[in-house]
Design a protein around this ligand. Sequence first.
Ligand SMILES: CC1(C)S[C@@H]2[C@H](NC(=O)CCCC[C@H](NC(=O)C[NH3+])C(=O)[O-])C(=O)N2[C@H]1C(=O)[O-]
Length: 349
Amino acid sequence: PHEPAPDLAGLRGVLRSAQSQGAPGAMARIDDHGTVLRATVGVADRKSGRALDPSDRFRVGSITKTFSAVVLLQLADEGRLRLDASVDTYLPGLLPDRRITVRHVLSHRSGLYDYTNDMFARTVPGFEAVRTKVFTYRELVQRSLKHPRTTAPGGAYAYSNTNFVVAGMLIEKLTGHGVAREYQDRIIAPLKLTDTFYVHPGTGIPGRHTRGYLTPDAAGAALVDATRQTVSWAQSAGAVISSTRDLNTFYSALLRGRLTSAAALAQMRRWVPAGTGQAYGLGLRRRDLSCGVSVYGHTGAVQGYYTYAFTSQDGGRTLTAVATASNNARVHTTMLRTLESAFCGTQAS
Ligand SMILES: CC1(C)S[C@@H]2[C@H](NC(=O)CCCC[C@H](NC(=O)C[NH3+])C(=O)[O-])C(=O)N2[C@H]1C(=O)[O-]
């Protein structure tokens, strides 16, 4: 179906709802066949009261998973990786089951337990315990392997950060470089993503950025400024910093076939069910909207920041929407409605 025009007024309304539900700030940018639409509400910094600016940088959380998947699919294009090979082929002895393949890892069907379930069971204490910590990939995988697998290899979709820690280990092993170098050389530089960085183990966000606020579990407790953290608990699963402009460029380029071969992109778009109106490919989410349009991208939830970044099938229209609060289910659900405004031109009921 032809995509209806974006509903900018409706988009602003969604951002205002997120603000009323506890997000200090919220913003969105739509790139629509060369036309740029922007909307922001609230502040970037609760102390200074500085208004949020759509060019402010922020932590993208699990949108990082698409960066890691793109690097690995490029390595597959180069004949240096086989998606259906056992992870054991490349990382002998790391995982306890040789049946787990690279494809299983990139589609959250490995059964590897998500170590963040324990790490962040208590939101603020869990965050404070790791916010300046530096982990090795292996330490994170070991935390996961203390638990039984959640499914047999190749079973049902079960989201797990552990999978994209393994993805980071694969990138390092196959290239001899850290993910920072591979993201830079293969994605950031070619697409000129000048607001995009992989900072680890530093805790700062380069240049002008919005602060992010973690909502404590206890109702009514004061927000925690979560801006400064190593994100070492996530790394290749969640440590990229970017902007609405750069994420729109990234997902549009990906779906336009500018980052991988057509065959590799087709592999990324082999979907497994991942909840209502959702499917997961390889480091890529598909969401099916009320107007019959499907959009492709990823979501992110890192302390202080919720992000939705999705593009249309042909990469012609792209939206990145961010709220500067996390651990707030109402804000998370409300921000999903920016997709309806951007791609269906309506306000989902
Ligand atoms: C599947 C998700 C939503 S969760 C996953 C990943 N983020 C994490 O695993 C961190 C979860 C803890 C974050 C914290 N929550 C708690 O501590 C709760 N006790 C908060 O809200 O700031 C990411 O990003 N993904 C999102 C994704 O892929 O969309």
